[in-house]
Design a protein around this ligand. Sequence first.
Ligand code: DAT
Ligand code: MG
Length: 149
Amino acid sequence: MDRTFLMIKPDGVQRGLVGEIIARFEQKGLKMVAGKFETLPEDRVMEHYAEHTEKPFFAGLKAYITSGPCFLMVWEGKDIVSITRQMIGATNPAEAAPGTIRGDYAMEIGMNVIHGSDSDETAAREIGIHFAPEEITSYTRIDEAFLYE
Ligand code: DAT
Ligand code: MG
């Protein structure tokens, strides 16, 4: 089954949105297979955001993302990367459509509540950065017979 890495950022944790956000993915039919609270150490932030470390906003991004605990997750489902990116919405919450997580719960690009991998390759890379294989569970959800044809 396809996998992705999702992470509720410190603003989402502080604002009490963890449950609301997890509920959206659960109700869609996606399956959480790993989850943990963690304040990210600097080396993992550098690895996770390797493509952005030279950008002008990176110092602010690093300060924000390490400002408190994040809730890190691995989720499974058919075509999950595309589905979760659509559910998360545009990077800038001011441009994110209503009904998306960023559209409904955030105001500015520097505090946009949640991260989601943007491709299958990125998902595999990000899961490997943040989770050991033994932290990821495997189980069948009882409703799968009514989610997949
Ligand atoms: P996304 O999180 O939608 O994949 P991204 O990978 O382009 O977006 O950027 C990673 C994060 O960096 C993004 O969630 C918020 C921050 N960011 C991106 N562009 C920014 C900008 N122009 N100013 C401030 N923060 C920015
Ligand atoms: Mg990205």
